[in-house]
Write a protein that binds this ligand. Structure first.
Ligand code: GLN
Length: 489
């Protein structure tokens, strides 16, 4: 394999800045890698060769510099890109070319990041395996018969298979962290409102958050600082600077920190190898000078059902905009059919089964007569979960748990069993409901030889804490080298 592919984003940027290698050479090496292996992995839905090389030339011409200038990136196809097709994994958006760039895309371009293309995902980010993509699933580079997780499995699979050193995902209930965990990569969900959602195709607006995917904690932090910070075009954006996550990742020191182990996340349904790696990580944190205590968050047990009322309710409203008039697909427009008939035919043909299930569920939960019993009740549970976090963070600086109960599951295994699919996000959903930041990093291999993720959760606007803890564990375990154990593609 070309050594440029195995380099971290930090190393690549340094080599490009020192003119040891050109940004065009780096981009071309990754485009060649995509051409070579993506037939097997199917991480990308669209590769923007011309756009990538043009941006790399701008870096080589000295027009742009910075800590990630010239570094290639895989972008989840739920983020809009001017002039580059954007589907959100759905047939209903097929053929739509956005007329504008998302704020984070503008920021990445200004930082000299080279967007290689758009990555595969579950339709409208609803799923945990990419099997709900209208364009076929992605595959896990560790074992091509298994899923790379979801919904952002494409970005994580691209990073894990050396098709890009960094990527962007979005996380509504775990879609950055769960794919990171099962592909042996790093994924971080920033504090809600910490990264602009302008140009992020909405699934559940009170939960959606974009964030970085990478092979090291430091690379994730560097990307976090590029995309983060206030955006007046997003009304939910926090009017504050990005927390100092890069400095924290470099600090990588946990001495004196108080770590809470969530007691709810273990037991039945957890793979023994996952729990073993988790316990070892906790022991390492203690050895590095942190104090560890068990913390009970009793309402976390109700996070999953609350999420599956709130997220579909918001989705049913957000997805009403796909009316056959404004974007992409239009079916049944024979000049005679009414607008309503065209809309119904288009939505029937354009949405997949999981998206329809969520729209029906959400519409039901919001309907008069059921609103209080379902949506209203779920919002109360959300408040109780936030209180669990608040009282936990009075005692400890961060909370830790396994990221997912099991390692990567096989393609087809859960696709007909929504409940089994939903359980992949058991440990990740509480942070979305609360709004705090959470990160997953690799912490070793389970008995089946597949990667295990450690989740670190921090208080709202204390994103730097999770990077500090994650970087310390990464250094102690050498987990930035874990991907070297994956079989070659
Ligand atoms: N897997 C969860 C769901 O299906 C979370 C998805 C996400 O974070 N976008 O809703």
């Amino acid at each position: 394999m070309n050594p440029l592919l195995a380099a971290t984003a930090t190393e690549l940027a340094a080599k490009i800045a020192a003119r040891e290698v050109s940004a065009v050479e780096v981009a071309q090496a990754h485009l060649d890698r995509i051409a070579e292996v993506d037939e097997k992995v199917h991480a990308f839905l669209h590769v923007d060769t011309d756009g990538a090389l043009a941006q790399a030339r701008r870096v080589d011409d000295g027009e742009i510099s910075g800590p990630l200038a010239g570094v290639p990136l895989a972008l989840k196809d739920v983020i809009v890109t001017k002039g580059v097709p954007t589907t959100a994994g759905s047939r209903i958006l097929q053929g739509w070319v956005p007329p504008y760039d998302a704020t984070i895309v503008e920021r990445m371009r200004a930082a000299g990041i080279v967007v290689l293309g758009k990555t595969n995902m579950d339709e409208f980010a609803m799923g945990s395996s990419t099997e709900h993509s209208a364009f076929g699933p992605s595959r896990n580079p560790w074992d091509l018969t298994r899923t790379p997780g979801g919904s952002g499995g494409g970005s994580s699979a691209a990073v894990a298979s050396y098709q890009a050193p960094i990527g962007i995902g979005t996380d509504t209930g775990g879609s950055i962290r769960q794919p990171a965990a099962v592909t042996g990569t790093v994924g971080a969900k920033p504090t809600y409102g910490g990264v602009s959602r302008y140009g992020l195709i909405a699934f559940s607006s009170s939960l959606d958050q974009a964030g970085p995917c990478a092979r090291t904690v430091l690379d994730a932090a560097l990307l976090h600082e590029v995309i983060g910070g206030h955006d007046p075009r997003d009304s939910t954006s926090i009017a504050a600077a990005v927390p100092p996550v890069v400095a924290a990742a470099r600090q990588a020191d946990v001495s004196g920190m108080r770590i809470g182990v969530v007691t709810q996340f273990k037991g039945d349904g957890y793979q023994p190898g996952v729990l073993a790696r988790f316990d070892e990580s906790v022991a390492i944190l203690e050895k590095l000078g942190a104090t560890v205590e068990e913390v009970s968050c009793p309402h976390f047990d109700y996070a999953l059902p609350a999420y599956y009322l709130i997220a579909p309710s918001e989705a049913s409203s957000n997805l009403a905009r796909y009316d056959a008039m404004r974007y992409g697909l239009r079916v049944g427009d024979d000049g005679v059919a009414s607008a309503e008939e065209v809309m119904a035919a288009t939505r029937d043909a354009g949405f997949g089964a999981e998206v329809k299930r969520r729209i029906i569920l959400g519409t039901y939960a919001l309907s008069a007569g059921y609103y209080d019993a379902y949506y209203g009740q779920a919002q109360k549970v959300r408040t109780l979960i936030s209180r669990d976090f608040a009282s936990a963070f009075e005692r400890v600086d961060v909370l830790v748990s396994p990221t997912t109960p099991t390692t990567a599951f096989t393609l087809g295994e859960r696709v007909d069993d929504p409940m089994a699919m939903y359980l992949a996000d058991l440990c990740t959903i509480p942070s979305n409901l609360y709004g705090g930041p959470a990160l997953s990093l690799p912490c070793g291999l389970s008995d089946d030889g597949l990667p295990v993720g450690l989740q670190v959760m921090a208080p709202v606007q204390a994103d730097e804490r999770m990077y500090r803890v994650a970087a310390a564990v990464e250094a102690a375990l050498g987990s930035d080298k874990l991907l070297e154990k994956a079989p070659p593609l």
